[in-house]
Design a protein around this ligand. Structure first.
Ligand code: HEC
Length: 187
């Protein structure tokens, strides 16, 4: 009898675990989809800015980046970029995402996209942002003098230079309403 109870408990746990995992997978896929236009618009703003020169691109980025995030942040969705070394202090991390950023920093093998349950049935999602060669112009180790000056002028507290290619630059984060509540017995 005891074994039977253990077996049932085990099976129920496994089912719940599988359910929780598929819900997590679903959340991650939904988050990735929401982030696509955010990333595309940021890239486009950056490339357009850079086509007018890197100094111009700094102001384009300052102007466009918050607008792009605001544009996507609708219908209970909030998106943003943050970092352990911020350029714009307004890009501070939401509190719930901070421990994940810390973990990413401490352990490169832990840099996998994450989804987690937040309060009020909302879902949080985080994924790493890495330095690409395009980024070195404004976040790298040796900046052109005019670019460095423009950055200091616009961001007197800038901490976002000195990054190497491939280094963790920060994270994309996202909050959205859960598609389905995880509950007992809903198959
Ligand atoms: C033309 C200069 C320029 C280039 C090139 C550039 N950035 Fe930035 N980056 C900025 C500026 C300016 C900000 C601050 C935007 C704001 O005010 O919100 C910023 C902000 C950020 C932030 C938000 C966190 C923070 O520090 O405020 C991240 C993350 C980031 N950049 C990553 C990247 C990555 C990754 C690349 C390469 C794909 C890149 N940047 C290329 C200028 C640049």
């Amino acid at each position: 009898m005891r074994n039977f109870v253990l077996l049932v408990v085990g099976l129920v746990s496994l089912t719940l675990l599988a359910h929780a995992e598929s819900a997590q997978q679903e959340n991650r896929e939904q988050a990735e989809t929401i982030l696509i236009p955010f990333k595309q618009d940021l890239q486009q703003a950056l490339r357009e800015g850079l086509s007018r020169g890197p100094v111009e691109a700094v102001s384009a980025c300052q102007l466009q980046a918050p607008k792009i995030a605001d544009g996507i942040s609708q219908d209970g969705i909030r998106v943003g970029r943050t970092s352990h070394r911020l350029r714009n202090p307004d890009n501070r991390s939401p509190k719930w995402a901070r421990p994940i950023l810390e973990e990413y920093l401490a352990e490169p093998s832990a840099r996998t996209p994450r989804s987690l349950a937040l309060a009020d049935g909302r879902v949080g999602y985080v994924e790493p942002i890495y330095m690409q060669s395009l980024c070195l112009t404004c976040h790298g180790e040796s900046l052109a003098t005019d670019v460095a000056d423009e950055i200091t002028r616009r961001y007197p507290q800038d901490q976002a230079i000195g990054f190497k290619l491939g280094e963790l630059r920060g994270i994309f984060w996202l909050e959205f309403p859960a598609a389905e509540e995880l509950s007992l017995g809903d198959g």
